[in-house]
Design a protein around this ligand. Structure first.
Ligand code: ASP
Length: 412
C-alpha cells in the first residue's frame, strides 16, 4: 500500500491559519467570542507557555554554542558588529517609513481625531538612559533567568562564551556540557514547534472572533497605515537585502520565512518564535553558528515592526492632541523610536509599553495610549511578524558577508 505523505510543517501552519480565520469568523457572527476565549485560546496559551519555558535555555545555549563554534573572539566581534549595524540601519529606515506614511495619511485627513478627554493609561517609569544601561548587566544570574530578562541573558551568554574560549583546553568539559545541553534543547524545540499548528489555529480563531469588530472601528485606517508600513519595509528592505547579499529571490525568501512569520503573527512574541525562526534560517542556508548568534540577539533588540508602529502611533496621537509635529520633533521621534524598539522585549504588547518613551520625548500625554490599547494586539501581530522577518534576513546577510570575508582572506 502506498504510504501517505505527511504534510510539511509550513503547510500545516498555513492550513491552521486559514482554519483559524474561518472558525473565528463563524464564532464572530454567531456571537461565540466567549467560547473561543474560554475553550480555544487556553490551548494557544499552553503552547506559548511551552515556548516561553524553553526560550531562556534556547537563547543562552544557542548563543554560547554559536560563540564556541566560531572558536575565535575576533570572529564573534566581526559577526557582532555586522549584526548590530544591520539592525540599527534597518530600524532607522523603518522609522522613516513609518513617519512618512503616517504624515501622508495625516495630510490626507485619513486619521480620525478621537476625543482624548477620557483617555487613560498608566505608564511605567523610565529611569533614563544610564540606568537602562546599568540594568543590562546582571547582578544575579539566576534572577536574570527566572525573570527571563533577555538582554541580561545575552550578556551572560557573551561572558560565558568568551571565558570558555579564553580558558582553552581546561574548559573542554564546559564545551561538552554546552554542546550536550544544546542538543537536548534542540530536540525539545523540535517537539514544541511540531505543536505550532495548534497554537496558530486557536489564537487566530480567538483574535478574529473577539476583535473583529474593532478592525471595523475608527482605528481601521491607523491600522492600515501601520500595515502598509510593515509590508513596504519587508518588501523593500528585507527582500532587497536577502537578494542583494544572500542571493535569495524575494519569493524564496518569504516562502522559507513564512512558518516563522505566521507563527509570529499569531503568537505576537519574537522570543517565543525564536525556535521557529531558527528552523527557517537553517532552511535558507544561513550559517548555523551565525544564526545561533544573530537570532537570539535579534529577537531581543531588533524590532523594526515595533519602530514603524511607534512612529505611526505617535503621529496619530499627536493629531488627536491637536499637535502638528515639526521636523526637529520628527528627528526626535526617529531617535527615541529606534532606542525604544531596541529596549522592547520580544513579548506580546511590549512595544506599546515602550511607546510611552517616544510620546514623553515630544510631550504628548502618555495617557493617550489609552486610545489605542484595545486594538494593540492587531498592531502587534503585524509588527512581531516584521520583527522576526528582520532577524532572519539579517542572519542570511551576515552569513554572506562572513563567507565573502573568508574567501578574501583565503585568496591572500
Ligand atoms: N510583540 C513584539 C515582539 O515580540 C514586541 C512589541 O510588542 O512590539 O516582537
Amino acid at each position: 500500500m502506498e504510504k501517505k505523505k505527511k504534510l510539511s510543517l509550513p503547510m500545516q501552519i498555513l492550513i491552521a491559519l486559514v482554519a483559524g480565520i474561518v472558525v473565528g469568523l463563524v464564532c464572530y457572527f454567531a456571537n461565540w467570542g466567549d467560547f473561543t476565549a474560554n475553550y480555544l485560546k487556553p490551548f494557544g496559551d499552553i503552547f506559548v507557555n511551552l515556548l516561553k519555558f524553553i526560550v531562556v535555555p534556547v537563547v543562552l545555549f544557542s548563543m554560547i554554542d554559536g560563540i564556541l563554534s566560531m572558536d575565535d573572539m575576533k570572529k564573534v566581534g566581526s559577526v557582532g558588529i555586522k549584526t548590530v549595524l544591520y539592525f540599527l540601519i534597518t530600524t532607522a529606515i523603518a522609522c522613516v517609513i513609518g513617519l512618512v506614511l503616517a504624515n501622508i495619511f495625516n495630510a490626507a485627513g485619513l486619521f480620525p481625531v478621537l476625543d482624548t478627554s477620557d483617555a487613560s493609561y498608566e505608564a511605567s517609569a523610565f529611569g533614563g538612559f544610564m540606568s537602562t544601561l546599568v540594568s543590562i548587566f546582571p547582578s544575579n544570574m539566576w534572577q536574570a533567568f527566572s525573570t527571563a530578562n533577555m538582554l541580561q541573558v545575552i550578556v551572560i551568554a557573551l561572558f560565558f562564551g568568551g571565558a570558555i574560549l579564553a580558558a582553552g583546553k581546561k574548559a573542554q568539559l564546559c564545551r561538552d556540557i554546552v554542546s550536550s545541553f544544546y542538543s537536548v534543547i534542540e530536540r525539545l524545540m523540535m517537539f514544541v514547534i511540531s505543536l505550532a499548528p495548534i497554537g496558530v489555529f486557536t489564537y487566530m480563531s480567538w483574535v478574529v472572533a473577539t476583535q473583529g469588530a474593532q478592525i471595523l472601528g475608527s482605528l481601521a485606517l491607523v491600522l492600515l497605515c501601520a500595515y502598509i508600513g510593515y509590508i513596504l519595509h519587508a518588501v523593500l528592505v528585507y527582500s532587497f537585502s536577502a537578494k542583494a547579499f544572500g542571493k535569495l529571490s524575494p519569493i524564496k525568501f518569504f516562502k522559507l520565512a513564512s512558518p516563522a512569520m505566521i507563527f509570529a503573527f499569531t503568537s505576537t512574541s519574537s522570543a517565543a518564535t525564536l525556535p521557529v525562526s531558527k528552523e527557517c534560517a537553517d532552511e535558507m542556508g544561513a550559517d548555523k553558528d551565525i544564526a545561533s548568534f544573530v537570532l537570539p540577539l535579534g529577537s531581543t533588540i531588533n524590532m523594526d515592526g515595533t519602530a514603524i508602529y511607534q512612529c505611526v502611533a505617535t503621529v496619530f496621537l499627536a493629531t488627536c492632541a491637536g499637535m502638528t509635529l515639526t521636523v526637529p520633533q520628527m528627528i526626535m521621534v526617529i531617535v527615541t523610536a529606534t532606542l525604544a524598539s531596541i529596549g522592547t522585549a520580544g513579548v506580546s504588547g511590549a512595544g506599546m509599553i515602550m511607546l510611552a518613551m517616544v510620546l514623553e520625548a515630544i510631550n504628548i500625554p502618555v495617557a493617550y495610549i489609552g486610545l489605542i490599547v484595545a486594538v494593540d494586539r492587531l498592531f502587534d501581530m503585524g509588527r512581531t511578524c516584521l520583527n522576526v522577518t528582520g532577524d532572519i534576513a539579517c542572519s542570511v546577510c551576515v552569513t554572506h558577508w562572513e563567507a565573502k570575508k573568508k574567501a578574501k582572506t583565503a585568496k591572500k
